[in-house]
Design a protein. Structure first.
Length: 223
């Protein structure tokens, strides 16, 4: 195969890879949304659907990883193409981990469906909404290879961290007032932790998009 044909074939493979990754991203976003709704509404059916979706995401993650490794081995890309495949490989892994966390939230929802007496803090709802916004914006940045949107996602992560830190005294106060609900409230705190980790992975994805577009590593910056 001549050089020009090789390049065209490789470009088609890259587009196919991106399409598959975006399909997986949409599934993860849907899973996170369903899991959060299941938690807020104590909806058993919705939680079970979320767990089913996560099983499918695991399979997609394996297939995309295999495709990335095949492209690296067959075409030995360099420069921008290498950055693209590497970014897709990393984003694929982060999406799968976000799916795992969505499943964990669904599992917390199943437990809390049996504890309607436990009140969910208002801040948890706000935290969940902010986390979903970060996930959506991170995926938008992937679709459009938009570094500016990606930077905004990175800057939003501290808001989610603050929500999670604030959750500890809120939950502790409820535990003191209603000690019989301590076990259930620990699941609420766990759900908060899962949301905080989902935001971390959305941030990772955003950082990878900045690197892909600008060739600039912004991870671990303090500004």
């Amino acid at each position: 195969m001549e050089g020009g044909n090789v390049k065209r074939h490789f470009d088609r493979e890259l587009e196919h890879l991106k399409t598959r990754l975006l399909h997986m991203g949409a599934a993860v976003e849907d899973l996170v949304a369903r899991s959060i709704q299941a938690l807020m509404d104590r909806d058993v059916k919705l939680a079970q659907e979320s767990i089913r979706i996560e099983d499918e995401i695991d399979q997609q993650e394996i297939q995309i990883e295999e495709e990335c490794l095949k492209l690296l081995a067959l075409y030995q890309p360099v420069a921008g193409d290498l950055r693209f495949v590497t970014a897709m490989l990393k984003i694929n892994n982060d999406l799968e981990r976000m799916g795992d966390l969505g499943r964990h939230i669904a599992e917390r929802a199943l437990v809390l469906s049996e504890h309607h007496e436990v009140r969910l803090p208002v801040d948890l709802r706000n935290m969940a909404a902010a986390t979903q916004r970060m996930v959506r914006q991170a995926l938008d940045a992937v679709v459009n290879q938009d570094a500016e949107t990606a930077v905004r996602v990175v800057q939003s992560d501290s808001e989610i961290d603050e929500y999670h830190q604030d959750m500890f005294p809120l939950i502790a106060a409820q535990m003191r007032s209603h000690p019989e609900t301590i076990e259930a409230l620990l699941h609420v705190l766990s759900a908060s932790r899962h949301l905080e980790r989902i935001a971390d992975y959305a941030t990772n994805i955003a950082e990878d998009i900045v690197y892909l577009v600008r060739g600039e590593i912004i991870r671990h910056r303090e500004d």
